[in-house]
Design a protein. Structure first.
Length: 247
């Protein structure tokens, strides 16, 4: 669901503002309130939360949440910030023009089936590549994993879907991590990759996370990235130069 019609009505109201002395602010506020309500309900249902759940988090009555969803009342930004955190959505979701349901509809069942088939073939090709790099035959890999050579061949050709626990054993036998098989070249793959990167980020010490999250520190991070790519001898000379300056 999107708000094309509502957005058009708001845009027309803005256009009329240039030619009319009086703008119907009440109507504009009413439309925006309805839009926020729809987005709030959409996020709540997408997260599997009830009216009572959201009311308990904000310490308000369930009737208040329901009034927000119908656009009869409108929550404040701090209240939406808490709900965004609780419902697992960015707070900007509440002033966007696309619902979570509409975003999901971008991936139709046919597209998902095609994606799964392509990924099966890609994983199979990666297994074959890793096996050849290790100079292993299908029979040797079969002995190492307890999977028949015929079944391994079907996995490599993408003819059969490979269960995760078997992929884990195959990866170990081929001296590869599971990340080797992760998809990273599509929108969905980028999402998975970002989730993995975020997981590693939140595992960093709190002071390191705070430093990295500060936009003012981007320059320092870029310098660190450049230094990490320099040869050791050049880094050594830079270190010696800094010592000479401070002495």
């Amino acid at each position: 669901m999107n708000f094309g019609n509502s957005s058009n009505r708001l845009e027309k109201a803005r256009e009329r503002a240039g030619t009319e002395h009086q703008v119907d602010h009440a109507e504009a506020y009413r439309i925006r309130g309805k839009m926020i309500g729809v987005l709030l309900r959409d996020a709540r249902l997408d997260a599997g939360r009830s009216l009572d759940d959201c009311a308990r988090v904000l310490q308000v009555a369930p009737e208040d949440i329901e009034a927000w969803e119908f656009g009869d009342q409108v929550p404040s930004l701090p209240q939406l910030e808490i709900l965004a955190y609780y419902l697992g959505v960015p707070v900007s979701h509440f002033w966007s023009t696309t619902t979570r349901e509409a975003e999901r509809e971008e991936y139709s069942s046919a597209a998902q089936r095609e994606y799964l088939a392509i990924r099966d073939r890609m994983i199979g090709a990666l297994i074959r590549q890793a096996r050849l790099e290790e100079d292993m035959t299908l029979e040797a890999l079969g002995e190492a994993t307890g999977i028949s050579a015929g079944q391994l061949e079907r996995y490599e050709l993408g003819e059969d879907t490979l269960p995760l626990h078997e992929l884990s054993v195959i990866a170990s036998a081929l001296k590869k991590s599971m990340r080797y098989f992760l998809e990273s070249n599509s929108h969905f793959g980028e999402y998975l990759s970002l989730r993995e990167e975020w997981k590693r980020f939140v595992e960093l010490p709190e002071d390191v996370r705070a430093f990295a999250a500060n936009p003012l520190h981007v320059g320092f991070i870029e310098i660190a990235m450049m230094l990490s790519q320099m040869p050791a001898d050049r880094l050594r000379r830079i270190g010696e130069s800094i010592l000479n300056i401070t002495m």
